[in-house]
Design a protein around this ligand. Structure first.
Ligand SMILES: [Zn+2]
Length: 130
């Protein structure tokens, strides 16, 4: 049995394609928004830098504080301590962070890095309101 494709079928197919394209566009826009993570760099309890972590973004900088300095590296949505003068090197061992709420602390150099996700923050606010 062969079914002939009529104009209603074609119209239906076109509608399905249009809807799925719209869903794809909407979905990818949403992903970009959700992926917007900001790394806050504090030195001696003062905010010294704010960096949006996105794929392809690369930066390396030195933060002076305490008895020395830390070299902070940002690459492909992750942030970590590349090099540090502190004696314990705990901050180096904390590795790469990329998720909301994660943090790196270097006590000797009074450095702290935290990550916050815009999207999740709004969710938290919703919960508080309820
Ligand atoms: Zn350290």
């Amino acid at each position: 049995m062969r079914k002939k494709i009529n104009k209603y079928d074609i119209a239906l197919i076109l509608v399905i394609i249009a809807v799925s394209v719209l869903v794809l566009i909407y979905g990818s826009m949403n992903t970009v928004e959700k992926g917007k993570k900001i790394a806050y760099v504090y030195s001696d309890n003062r905010l010294v830098g704010e960096y949006t972590l996105t794929e392809g973004y690369k930066k390396e900088f030195k933060v002076e504080g305490g008895s020395g300095h830390n070299t902070v590296h940002i690459e492909d949505g992750k942030i970590w301590i590349q090099e540090a003068t502190c004696p314990d090197k705990i901050c180096l061992h904390q590795g790469k962070i990329s998720k909301d709420g994660e943090l790196i602390v270097c006590l000797p150099n009074k450095l702290m890095i935290t990550i916050e996700d815009n999207e999740e923050k709004e969710d938290e606010l919703d919960v508080i309101v309820k």
